[in-house]
Design a protein around this ligand. Sequence first.
Ligand code: GMT
Length: 375
Amino acid sequence: MKIGITCYPTYGGSGALATELGLRLADRGHEIHFITYDSPFRMRGYTDRAVFHQVDTTMSRYPLFDHYPYTLALASRQYEVALEEKLDLLHVHYAIPHATTAFLARSMLADQLPLKVITTLHGTDITLVGQESSFYAITKFSIEQSDGVTAVSSFLKDETVRAFGCASCDLHVIPNFVNLAEYHPEAALPRESFAPADHKLLVHVSNFREVKRVKDVVRIFARIRRAMPATLLMVGDGPDRQDAEHEVRELGIGADVRFLGRLDAVAPVLAAADLFVLPSQTESFGLAALEAMACGSPVLAARSGGLPEVITDGVEGILEPAGSVEAMARRAVKLLRDPAAHAEMRHAALARAATFSADIVVPQYEAFYEEILAT
Ligand code: GMT
């Protein structure tokens, strides 16, 4: 198949998943065309059959544009690439604005090419941004106009139906997946690179948005550190990083917390972790948690959104209600003090992650593409 993929190329779960999907589809013989404003961050180096088409944003400084209409430039590029490359389908990730630009591109192609549009809903496009009054109507319209729609968890499917109705949408759940060739326990850098030998290593990876509750990560860690020697690695960057750094200073734990910023490859850090911490207000799936599990780290997370579809409390990790810092810290300490329980949870995490491997999930997308192309 010839497949166009549009996603956010910067750091974030939807862009990571979309890029991994494109690369795995290219490995499986499909021709992949990424269409976005920058080279997707997980597209490192050359991959056979995968190319990147940049959306031209050079007009963004034109004095008339207080707000650059990127959406129009993207729709034009999707139209051009679909026509030039004779795409079979355009798979867009994150509804806003990608489902809308895909609708425009398909409308422009009307008599020239029978392009199918598939939208994958990832999370905040439904749970947060899409429900803002200025985006609600167009998000609902664009989802309903897609030829096929997938959601990354049953939670997100239900939330889409609850918030948008979408009576005519046949929402298909296809979970996030992990590339086990990259995310595995042997990917670890030596632990001494990160922390003294006698320290437990806790890791958090995110884009530091409000929904991630990064101050809770710090507060949970501060309580764990009172009980045992420990180091916290904070990976990523975003609007709440300064708040998290401030909290570290306030709690006087700066000596044991390291902010590493954005990293292109996180597997070497995840694989060194004793516990991955993801206390988000909500997560439609929690791709970062899955990647940590694939590296052999149990997960301490919030019992929210789609996380219970990935982690069973007490089996592959610990789930407590979002915001319950005390309970999360108490259970983390108990686990980290019990090597046998930790080893059991680590093995369970590896086994659970294997059920979300690219080899299992990518064919589900292929089957869905076939189904939509046949309509
Ligand atoms: O918040 C993020 O981590 C980025 C966000 C996005 O849409 O780019 O991630 C969402 O998509 C991921 C991939 O499908 C999911 O695993 C994340 O759970 C989801 N984030 C939220 O729902 C907050």
